[in-house]
Write a protein that binds this ligand. Structure first.
Ligand code: B12
Length: 215
């Protein structure tokens, strides 16, 4: 099964200082990719911020940084995904995450879209109210995503929002990964050919050092 994970482009007020526009490693997607790879899934990561770090589109006073929407759509199409996961670390990034979900449905309305990150965690119902979003993951997503991929019944997936018979259902988050060392480190990601994450790692030693403690 092919999984495509997407870090959407960022939009911000055009007058922000340079420090605010540096793309940051999508650490959540890196962890997800590592566990999915470990379990034998075919994983692609589209990091629209890093892949399009020199691309900017000004719309009014809103500056969008990263790959263009058409560029993202082409890349998703190229992955031929069975499922697309989109990260939304900040609520302010939800419009762009939703835009990615819309692109997926334009490619093929049958491709399921799952959103993870802070926005689907705290506003699960509101996120799922959008027809383009099929699933929402609450909190840490490694086991939840694996459960979804492995075909576990939606009703018993912990920390998971889904739709059934036109109704939104939310299973609260009750289980957490106890042995964090069981997760592969970002260094393991480096050894895989997930190029956007790899280039982040190479370019952002500082960030890696902050999160991982070593590079
Ligand atoms: C590190 C961090 C930062 C870093 C950058 C993080 C980054 N990578 O971009 C810095 C210091 C730059 C930062 C800045 C800010 N931050 Co901050 N930050 C955090 C913090 C402490 C950890 C985030 C993190 O890296 N977690 C580790 C990774 C591994 O987890 P993750 O990305 O969440 O991913 C996991 C799950 O969410 C899920 N998941 C994520 N994506 C997906 C996708 C799919 C498909 C699935 C299935 C699952 C999934 O699975 C992942 C693995 O378990 C969080 C608090 C928290 N505990 O989450 C606040 C937090 C995200 N920050 C917050 C805020 C408000 C800010 C600022 C706006 C603060 C400010 N006033 O300036 C700025 C804005 C930055 C910007 N320019 O946009 C808020 C966001 C609230 C909101 N509703 O938007 C948070 C939640 C803190 C809080 N409780 O208020 N931040």
């Amino acid at each position: 099964m092919r999984v495509c994970l997407v870090n959407p482009p960022r939009s911000l007020k055009a007058n922000k200082k340079l420090i605010d526009v540096i793309p940051v490693l999508p650490l959540g997607l890196a962890y997800l990719a590592s566990v999915l790879l470990r379990d034998g899934y075919d994983v692609s990561v589209i990091d629209a911020q890093m892949d399009g770090k020199d691309q900017q589109v000004l719309n009014g006073d809103l500056l969008t940084l990263g790959l263009s929407w058409n560029g993202i759509k082409d890349k998703i199409e190229g992955c031929k995904p069975d499922i697309v996961g989109v990260t939304c670390l900040f609520s302010s990034r939800f419009p762009n995450a939703l835009h990615v979900a819309k692109l997926v449905k334009e490619i093929d309305p049958e491709i399921p879209v799952v959103l993870g990150g802070i926005q689907p965690t705290v506003q699960t119902k509101e996120v799922l109210a959008n027809s383009e979003v099929d699933f929402a993951v609450l909190g840490e997503g490694e086991q939840t995503m694996l459960d979804l991929m492995n075909g576990k019944s939606h009703r018993v997936i912990d920390g998971f929002g889904y739709k059934e018979d036109g109704q939104i259902h939310i299973n609260p988050k009750t289980k957490f990964i106890e042995d964090l060392d069981s997760l592969l480190s970002l260094l393991d990601i480096c050894s895989h050919a997930i190029s956007p994450l790899k280039s982040h790692v190479c370019m952002e030693d500082l960030v890696c050092t902050m999160f991982i403690g070593t590079v």
